[in-house]
Design a protein around this ligand. Structure first.
Ligand code: AQP
Length: 340
């Protein structure tokens, strides 16, 4: 339920960990643009402090942060309409993050499935930062008192945790200070799956480049990856229910729907009876027509990184103007002496 006592404000972020994928685009950035154009205040971050929860080469991190900024802008985010910045330039995120670490319960963190997925059997060797990630993410959202958080399906649990942390803070300090932010998860692209395994999320960090479409892939690479995408031998049915046990086929229909702006049910009616030999070229053409202009614009923007840095610096100043008074109030609520 939307928290109506707070001014609507949208916050979301993406890690600049390289290889921005079609999943990040359909699940997140495309929807960031829709919300920006709906006239709500929108704040979008490159969450570089989250990226370093796993090892990042410093030079790559800088490049990936600028490339993610270029992707945001190339996809339609307008620095005049949305606040665009990298997280580390607004220290209030980390400061609130620490306070929320002291509100969050270990039992809650132990239930976070993303940590378990990412750490696997190596949990002992993971950074403390990776474990604490969801509490910093709560700070990212709450430092702006954001009410709406567009994310892909995989981040739903983290936004729900943010609601629990906000409620506990309000309860412990007997205030009605933080809103209950709502995850916004809608449309066909909220869970884009790997092209090699329809049961696994498409991910930047998958070791197989054939598993994902990168936003910087050229037309030939996109077409090749779709041609090689795992499928089955059956023709496409005329309804989505018949794809329940065919995850790879369902994924390709969902991708088509996400890119064309149709519902999966409409797409499947259009392509009913087709073999993948017919459908894949249609999907490849659609993906190339949609993604190539974005990749071209990203390359153009990356030719002038000083302009990207200027946009990020300006965005960080505007973000800090919102965050710092909220942090000051939090310090007062918590009982920190402020005498500077
Ligand atoms: N496959 C996906 N389908 C739909 N949405 C997705 N998102 C990520 N993958 C998919 C959404 O993109 C936003 C940013 O994600 P992130 O980079 O902060 O972290 P992530 O969810 O861990 O993404 P990756 O690609 O899997 O990154 P790595 O491999 O670095 O961990 C989020 O809104 C997410 O839901």
């Amino acid at each position: 339920m939307t928290d109506t006592s707070f001014t609507p404000r949208v916050f979301s972020g993406i890690q600049p960990s390289g290889n921005l994928t079609l999943g990040n685009y359909l699940g997140a950035v495309k929807r960031f643009v829709d919300m920006q154009n709906a006239g709500i205040e929108t704040i979008y971050c490159m969450v570089d402090m989250h990226a370093i929860t796993v090892w990042q080469d410093p030079a790559d991190l800088k490049r990936n942060t600028r490339e993610l900024a270029a992707a945001y802008i190339a996809c339609g985010l307008d620095p005049a309409k949305s606040i665009l910045f990298n997280q580390s330039q607004v220290p209030a995120h980390a400061e609130l993050g620490w306070i929320l670490n002291c509100v969050t319960r270990l039992g809650w963190m132990n239930r976070m499935t993303q940590f378990k997925d990412k750490a696997g059997k190596n949990a002992e060797k993971m950074s403390l930062g990776l474990y604490a990630y969801p509490s910093l993410m709560a700070a990212d959202i709450l430092i702006y008192k954001a009410t709406h958080v567009p994310v892909g399906e995989d981040q739903k649990q983290h936004v729900e945790l943010t609601r629990d942390i906000a409620a506990k803070f309000n309860h412990d300090f007997k205030v009605d200070f933080f809103p209950q932010p709502e995850p916004i998860i809608d449309g066909a692209g909220t869970r884009v799956m790997s092209l090699r395994d329809g049961t696994k999320k498409m991910s930047k960090s998958d070791p197989s480049d054939l598993s994902r479409i990168n936003m910087t892939d050229d037309a030939d690479t996109i077409a090749k990856k779709i041609r090689k995408a795992k499928t089955d031998a059956e023709p496409l049915p005329d309804n989505m229910d018949d794809l329940a046990d065919r995850p790879e086929a369902r994924n390709l229909i969902n991708i088509y729907a996400g890119l064309s702006g149709q519902t999966p049910a409409d797409v499947i009616k259009e392509v009913a009876g087709q073999q993948f030999g017919q459908f894949k070229p249609l999907l490849a053409d659609l993906a190339v027509a949609h993604l190539s202009p974005i990749a071209d614009e990203m390359r153009r923007l990356m030719d002038d990184v000083s302009e990207i840095d200027r946009i990020l610096g300006d965005g960080a100043n505007r973000a800090a103007e919102i965050a710092e008074p909220i942090l000051a109030e939090v310090f007062d609520i918590v009982g920190f002496v402020r005498s500077r």
